[in-house]
Design a protein around this ligand. Structure first.
Ligand code: AKG
Ligand code: FE2
Length: 429
């Protein structure tokens, strides 16, 4: 293709550069305007809006089927897991009387190819344990987090500093717990070797940003652009700014790839949970007549959890439409677990050009993105201010004596833990 040349009347290099920059800017603006009109973007906006507009998709509720309007209910199909999750993995919690009622329940939706929904298979204490892991264990080195690009977070992680600070009485010295903000400027020059696109300069007061790099929105961006000096931050300020942690192979947000030269195992509990889920959803599909319209034929025994992301959402946070396509293996299911507050999750198809389906996710719910849904656009346009009482501070959990500090955090937040296989065959072979 012929590249456009600056018009002949532009003589100086500066003029030519400016012309090029303007051209690029126009292209970007046109792309953005087009994107803002896609059915996916329209659905996101309608779910975020306080007023209900006719383009708002109905929210599929797989937990309480009677909550669905008849036309939605008609599309929900009950399927059977091939294994009882609590039987094959004790990390879902102990098997009790209550469990026998719904041992192998899962659902699919006739219009969402490949997506398998398992309504909360966890006990209450298993959920608390997982939340504990996501906050206390997974926020430590060697896992990187969204804070690392901007703050010198010590190896023990922001959560541990935060809980230490909570334990101090008001007259005790907390200066050892403060976290240094990285210097943003170097003789007025912006630091360029950023680890992830959270470092992008602020362009507007918008909470969300373009999906092409890191689709997770960030407050830090606008806030950071107004500061140039390094300073000390209290962990209680930073804890609510934590947006993600990378597990296993660390993710390189700016290159949209993994750091393959740094193999770090996925934490054991997260790996075991995801393998059990991959096993349980094996063979599930959408039956039609004697055959299947689609079927998940991925062998759960071959599932190799190699990377994961923990997402931490405060009430106003959103996750813009994106496809997770950095994994070399797009056949293995992506396993996703929700904890804390409810959210509305959107899932479309291979482009943003079809109207997505909205799904209500509650604490403990599990999804396996298999087949076509593995490469579908999805996102989280809305966190609901509604979480379960068994996570509230004041709950007694004999395994987590300081649950109050976890309960306080998660009673205003949602956590998502998702696990992926990255390589085509297991890296351990
Ligand atoms: O929070 C969720 O449920 C989705 C997270 C997600 O899509 C991701 O981390 O890629
Ligand atoms: Fe995703």
């Amino acid at each position: 293709m012929e590249t456009l040349q600056p018009p002949a009347h532009l003589k100086s290099r500066r003029q030519k550069e400016m012309w090029k920059r303007q051209l690029l800017q126009n292209v970007k603006e046109r792309q953005k305007a087009q994107e803002s009109q896609t059915p996916f973007r329209i659905a996101e906006r309608s779910l975020q809006s306080k007023v209900v507009t006719p383009d708002r998709p109905p929210v599929v509720d797989f937990t309480n089927l009677e909550n669905n309007p008849p036309e939605v209910r008609a599309k929900i199909i009950r399927v059977e897991l091939s294994h009882d999750l609590r039987e094959i993995c004790p990390l879902f919690g102990r098997t009790d009387g209550d469990w026998s009622k719904r041992r192998t329940v899962a659902y699919i939706h006739s219009d969402i190819e490949g997506l398998i929904f398992i309504p909360n298979p966890f006990t209450e204490s298993a959920q608390r344990q997982l939340i504990y892991n996501c906050l206390q264990k997974y926020t430590q080195a060697p896992n990187s987090s969204s804070l690392d690009a901007h703050y010198d977070v010590p190896a023990e992680g922001v959560w541990n500093l935060y809980t230490k600070s909570q334990r101090l009485s008001s007259n005790e010295d907390d200066s050892q717990l403060l976290i240094r903000r990285k210097s943003r400027s170097n003789n007025g020059q912006k630091i360029t070797e950023s680890a992830d696109p959270y470092d992008a300069p602020s362009t507007s007061g918008q909470r969300t940003k373009s999906v092409d790099k890191d689709p997770k929105n960030e407050d830090m961006k606008s806030e950071l652009s107004s500061h140039n000096t390094s300073e000390l931050m209290h962990p209680s300020e930073l804890i609510r700014k934590l947006r993600w942690v990378s597990l296993g192979y660390q993710y390189n947000w700016s290159e949209k790839t993994y750091f393959f030269d740094r193999p770090i195992p996925v934490p054991e509990e997260a790996a075991k949970l995801s393998i059990a889920i991959a096993k349980a959803v094996e063979g599930i599909g959408y039956r039609q007549g004697d055959g299947f319209r689609w079927q998940n034929n991925f062998k759960g025994d071959n599932y190799a959890p190699e990377a994961g992301i923990v997402n931490y959402y405060q009430l106003k946070d959103t996750l813009m439409a994106h496809v997770d396509r950095s994994e070399l293996n797009m056949e293995a299911p992506l396993i996703s677990m929700s904890l804390g507050h409810k959210c509305i999750y959107l899932i479309g198809e291979q482009t943003r050009d079809t109207k997505p389906h909205a799904i209500l996710l509650q604490s403990g719910d599990v999804m396996a993105m298999t087949g076509a849904s593995r490469s579908a656009f999805h996102g989280v346009p809305k966190i609901l201010d509604d979480g379960p009482s068994f996570l509230q501070p004041g709950t007694i959990d004999e395994n987590i004596p300081d649950w109050d500090v976890y309960g306080e955090y998660v009673s205003k937040a949602r956590i998502n833990l998702n696990i992926r296989q990255v390589n085509v065959s297991s890296s351990s072979t």
